[in-house]
Design a protein around this ligand. Structure first.
Ligand SMILES: [Zn+2]
Ligand SMILES: [Zn+2]
Length: 256
């Protein structure tokens, strides 16, 4: 399994992109920066887009992707609530065409919205995908994704602390985790449904207690303004727990 990070931040600039990553070039996970980071031939390889929740920074490239890839149908996989937000606010026939409708000017449906049920393992383009409820507004979910050769990652999506009930349901080799702010902003993180390094530490200790091991961790959704502080604090957590925790950057590739 090859994971390619397209966007790893919570704010966009010339050097930072909103959250999105690819699995083996065919599955896209979240759509903060899907089109700006990929050539048209690279976009054409994508068969399905998984969305963790309906916040703008995770769904906003879906209409632009549909517009550039209107010669075929791409699946969009998410909870019914996320699909409803997407259809009523972005691909609503006002801001952009209803890409799911044959009545749009494109004369064909270019997106197929596929609802997921929580804890139900579903085959998506040869990958087993399971959505798990996380601690975030709009009923945000995380995804456990297993490839045909048995490699498994878990993406938290956006989440706050309190994940002990999640860990017993998953057994990944890699966790891609939201760490948005440094420890000095722990209260803001808790209020907004995000993690800081200290909270990540507590969650990983709980994960090790429940599952008996610690997977590798890649940190994502980082606030650019606070990145040096987050990086220092994450390094301390990694040292303390004796595991590998890296901050993911745009363009990074990870092989599982
Ligand atoms: Zn969010
Ligand atoms: Zn977000």
């Amino acid at each position: 399994m090859i994971i390619r990070f397209l966007g790893t931040h919570n704010a966009e600039s010339k050097n930072t992109r909103l959250v999105s990553f690819l699995i083996d070039d065919v599955l896209a996970v979240d759509a903060g920066s899907l089109v700006s980071e990929l050539t048209f031939p690279e976009q054409r390889k994508i068969k399905a887009i998984l969305l963790s929740h309906g916040h703008y920074d995770h769904i906003r490239a879906v209409p632009a992707f549909a517009f550039s890839n209107s010669d075929r149908t791409t699946k969009v996989i998410a909870t019914p609530k996320t699909l409803e937000i997407l259809s009523s606010h972005l691909i609503d026939g006002v801001v952009y065409p209803k890409f799911t409708s044959e009545a749009s000017f494109l004369r064909k449906a270019t997106l197929q919205l596929v609802p997921v049920e929580l804890f139900n393992r579903q085959n998506i383009e040869g990958y087993e995908v399971m959505a798990v409820p996380m601690r975030h507004p709009l009923n945000g979910v995380g995804f456990e994704i297993t490839s045909g050769d048995g490699k498994t990652l878990f993406y938290t999506g956006d989440t706050g602390p309190g994940l002990s009930s999640v860990w017993g349901n998953i057994s990944p080799q890699l966790i891609i985790a939201d760490v948005t702010w440094p420890n000095s902003l722990a209260n803001a993180a808790k209020d907004a449904g995000h993690l800081c390094p200290e909270m990540l530490k507590e969650e990983l200790i709980e994960l090790r207690r429940v599952n008996g091991y610690l997977p590798k961790v890649a940190v994502i959704h980082v606030s650019p303004e606070h990145e040096p502080e987050i990086e220092r604090e994450v390094r301390e957590v990694a040292k303390l727990l004796g595991t590998s925790i890296d901050i993911a950057h745009e363009g990074d590739e990870l092989i599982l």
